[in-house]
Design a protein around this ligand. Structure first.
Ligand code: ADP
Length: 591
């Protein structure tokens, strides 16, 4: 059976979201194989297709399980091979939505009384794993954290890494983080900057925000203008307060963008095309910096505010929109939301590049980040912070809409990419994991063609034909009726200022867009439709695979984004080369 055929039958079961068919794992009887490694042949190919193979140690995995789930025979597997559901492992920190989605997909919950210690496929928890846990991961297992990623998610570390990148590669690329000082080491620098700015501004105010480096959910934050109000402790950062945020209905908002890194070696980054827009619940007012309901957009703060339940101007009830609703709103004001989205993609890549070379190799793990991005009234996106284990609690209907599908799509994504990517690269990695090498050798040669799915940042789709010639198609991803606009001006160096800080609210066109809550996937669907329509083979990997899948659900691949960056992410990450490619792309966009 060819791999593609296999995918269409078995993988659809293994990944079988939203169907009643359970996902299955292969249980290899002890007579067939006494080792931990699955046999070559169909078993290995099933594993590649996302069907996990669990070892049996001379006894059925669990008698209870046998009772609960019927074992199925694989189509052409050696007799005695048994299929059983995939197994997820949780602890008290695992978000409830993860458990419910996995159960819905037909997975079983790991029960250590009933199952062997290693008989699980995915362990999802909120805190990080110990290095020993990473080292002992089996080829059929996945962990939802990658070691070394907190360098990005601690506010002071993020500032340090981005400052380093700015020094190395120039401020023009790395101008998306507000000016930041790390306390107490940068105290004198901050004081100098503060007073210099005060002198320049004269009677005008300058605004700063002081945030604990390690806390989240808006805890311990102070916004100040007058130096005498500035108090800090160890492990704080002081940052320029973006005092001209884009306002909707006079309310401040920021974006929660979900980013999944399915591997650091080679670097593979997906951005989720849906997300959340979080609103402050009281109107923005610089004359009262103490009002957290007006200045902080954390839903943990705003959901307890008096205005949360009120129907607010333009934004309505609650404090969240979907990202698609936000983009649709921007489009209704003739904003080039596509350009904004490209800038966000670039920001994500540049941020992850800051830590990627120093992240240790680890097999079979992925990381979901929550990027908090504030858009100012020039439509410039600012990175506020990167969240580790972004909240997956379901507080409102918008959360349910976004986060349930997000978890479904993560599962689709990791079972399409995760094991394959890390496994393939493991043999090249200096600190390889023997499990992965074994898994790799088990995958067998596949009759596939390398392909480069698309150039996500320039929105050009490139596919390889059967004869390896490149098919290049410009994908028209500009949303209809979105004329070239201000943002392009900004990209080419001219700062465009919206005439008002707030989008006018009276446009009747806007109202009609606001009321029905639609989920729009402008970019994802365009990528999808294009790649589906192409006559070339879909993104099937060769054994020495080159390109990750371009999309899984609403996740789209943003890195690597062309052949050059694909090459520059193999056998060690060539950051300089990647930056050059990003620069080229920006120049192209400018011209
Ligand atoms: P936390 O981890 O506590 O959520 P954030 O850095 O995300 O910390 O800040 C919390 C909120 O404060 C943000 O959601 C945003 O509304 C506001 N905020 C943070 N930094 C800035 C900034 N530099 N300028 C304007 N608003 C900011």
């Amino acid at each position: 059976m060819r791999r593609r055929d296999l995918c269409s039958s078995t993988q659809s079961q293994a990944l079988g979201v939203r169907t009643t068919t359970p996902a299955f794992t292969l249980n290899i009887p002890s007579e067939a194989n006494h080792t931990e490694q699955p046999p070559a042949g169909l078993g290995a190919r099933l594993q590649e297709a996302g069907v996990s193979i669990l070892p049996r140690r001379g006894r059925p995995t669990s008698t209870l399980e046998k009772k609960k789930k019927p074992h199925l025979m694989a189509e052409d597997e050696p007799s005695g091979a048994l299929l059983k559901p995939l197994v997820f492992r949780v602890d008290e920190t695992t978000p409830a939505v993860v458990q419910s989605v996995l159960l819905e997909r037909g997975w079983n919950k790991f029960d250590k009384q009933e199952q062997n210690a290693e008989d699980w496929n995915l362990y999802w928890r909120t805190p990080s794993f110990r290095m020993a846990e990473h080292n002992s991961v089996k080829p059929w297992q996945q962990l939802n954290h990658h070691p070394g990623t907190t360098k990005l998610t601690r506010k002071d570390c993020l500032a340090k890494h981005l400052k380093h990148m700015r020094r190395m590669y120039g401020t023009s690329l790395y101008q998306f983080i507000p000016l930041t000082f790390i306390m107490p080491s940068d105290y004198t620098k901050f004081v100098a900057e503060y007073f210099q700015e005060r002198q320049m501004l004269g009677t005008k105010h300058s605004y700063w925000i002081c945030k604990p480096a390690e806390l989240s959910r808006g805890r311990g934050i102070l916004i100040f203008s007058d130096f005498k109000d500035f108090v800090f402790d160890d492990m704080y950062i002081v940052q320029k307060y973006i005092s001209n945020p884009l306002l909707i209905g006079r309310y401040k908002c920021d974006l929660r963008i979900y980013v999944c890194v399915t591997g650091f070696k080679p670097l593979t980054i997906y951005v989720y095309q849906e997300g959340l827009v979080r609103f402050a619940t009281e109107k923005f007012d610089l004359s009262n910096l103490q009002n957290n309901y007006a200045h902080l957009t954390n839903s943990s703060i705003n959901k307890s505010g008096a205005s949360y339940e009120k129907i607010k101007e333009v934004i309505g009830h609650g404090c969240k929109w979907t990202l698609s609703r936000f983009f649709s709103y921007l489009r209704s004001w003739d904003v080039d939301d596509l350009l904004l989205w490209k800038k966000i993609h670039r920001m994500v890549i540049l941020t992850i590049l800051a830590i990627a070379p120093s992240v240790p190799f680890a097999a079979n793990c992925f990381e979901l980040f929550g990027f908090d991005i504030l858009i100012d009234d020039n439509l410039k996106p600012w990175l506020l912070e990167v969240n580790y284990s972004p909240a997956l609690t379901l507080d409102c209907s918008t959360d349910v809409l976004v986060k349930r599908k997000l978890v479904h799509d993560i599962i689709d994504l990791i079972y399409l990419n995760g094991l394959r990517n890390e496994g393939r690269e493991a043999s090249n990695a200096t600190h390889g994991n023997s499990n992965i090498d074994a898994a790799k050798s088990d995958r067998g040669g596949l009759d596939a063609h390398d392909c480069l799915p698309y150039d996500s940042l320039s929105f050009t789709s490139r596919m390889y034909n059967e004869d390896d010639s490149v098919v290049e198609k410009a994908v028209s991803v500009r949303p209809e009726a979105a004329p070239a606009s201000q943002l392009e001006g900004e990209m080419s160096g001219q700062d465009f200022h919206l005439s008002t800080r707030e989008m006018p609210q009276s446009k009747s066109k806007l109202r009609s867009r606001h009321t029905p809550h639609k989920t729009l996937m402008p970019y994802a669907s365009l990528f999808q439709s294009h790649s589906c329509k192409t006559k070339t083979s879909p993104c099937v990997l060769s054994d020495h695979g080159k390109a990750p899948d371009p999309q899984a659900g609403n996740f789209v691949l943003v890195f690597p984004f062309n052949e050059a960056t694909l090459g520059a992410s193999r056998n060690g990450l060539n950051v300089k080369r990647i930056i050059q490619e990003l620069q080229k792309l920006m120049n192209k966009q400018h011209s």
